[in-house]
Design a protein around this ligand. Structure first.
Ligand code: ZN
Length: 266
């Protein structure tokens, strides 16, 4: 990953660090030390002289962050590498300490650990203004929800491209039911319509199970049982059954169960 390190002076943003500045890993001499500026970890630090070379060959002298300082790290903290940080207007950090946080989503206490911060700011090169506001569980849940929303959008696009394709309709019903089961969002009416289009004419026979799941989510359990019973009649429950049949039996039991054959023949 490229170095995004830049000086904080105007003009510096477009310049590149010169060869002479880059090789200067020895401590700067008094003449090379610039103004003292406040620093959140060290109290204050002194900027160091640097020369930026622009694409047109012109050079510009200025002050930049001292990236090679090697201050002692507080106990328990993780040493940072300022050369890997995305600095722009931010001062470098020389270490990362565990930070106690409260999740904005669920209110639980969590720790934004030093190791995690190093991953965020050095491996992923996030800017320092991005910081963890959710606990790990909420972050994971959010990612799942975002993925489910994307799946629905993709399935809708596929249906729009070929509305007569039962497999696309089935995929849309599946995406909508999954979204609704995890988030409570997503149109159940659309899920039911898509599932009907998919199982109409036996195109995707199992889609009737998805319609039943959507009807159940919509609170219409009797309708769900009416759909499940004929599907399950003649299908044996148990480990040998396929995943769809097993999930259909599970839903049937959840809806009160009973003898499927008798239900169909009533
Ligand atoms: Zn949380």
């Amino acid at each position: 990953m490229g170095r995004k390190t830049r000086g904080h002076r105007e003009g510096a943003a477009t310049g590149r660090r010169s060869r002479t500045a880059r090789k200067a890993r020895t401590p700067p001499t008094e003449a090379e030390l610039g103004p003292e500026v406040p620093h959140r970890q060290l109290g204050s630090i002194r900027l160091v002289a640097t020369t930026w070379t622009f694409p047109d060959g012109k050079t510009c002298r200025g002050w930049t962050w001292p990236l090679d300082l090697n201050p002692p790290v507080p106990p328990g903290a993780v040493r940072a590498d300022p050369r890997r940080q995305l600095l722009s207007n931010w001062a470098p950090r020389y270490w990362y300490e565990d930070e106690a946080r409260t999740c904005v989503q669920c209110g639980a206490a969590f720790v934004f650990s030093g190791a995690e911060q190093r991953f965020w700011y050095e491996t992923l090169q996030f800017p320092f203004e991005s910081t963890a506001v959710r606990c790990v569980a909420c972050r994971r849940r959010r990612r799942t929800q975002q993925a489910r929303h994307r799946a629905v959008a993709d399935a809708r696009a596929a249906v729009a491209a070929s509305p007569e394709d039962p497999v696309s309709q089935f995929a849309l019903a599946d995406a909508l039911v999954s979204l609704h089961e995890t988030t409570g969002q997503g149109s159940l009416d659309d899920a039911i319509a898509a599932a009907r289009k998919a199982h109409g004419g036996d195109a995707v026979h199992a889609a009737v199970v998805w319609e039943a799941r959507a009807q159940h989510l919509a609170g219409r359990d009797a309708r769900a049982r009416d759909l499940l019973a004929p599907f399950l009649a003649g299908k044996t429950p148990g480990r040998k059954a396929g995943a769809v049949v097993r999930s259909a039996w599970a839903l049937w039991e959840q809806l009160g169960g009973g003898d499927v054959g008798a239900y169909v023949g009533r």
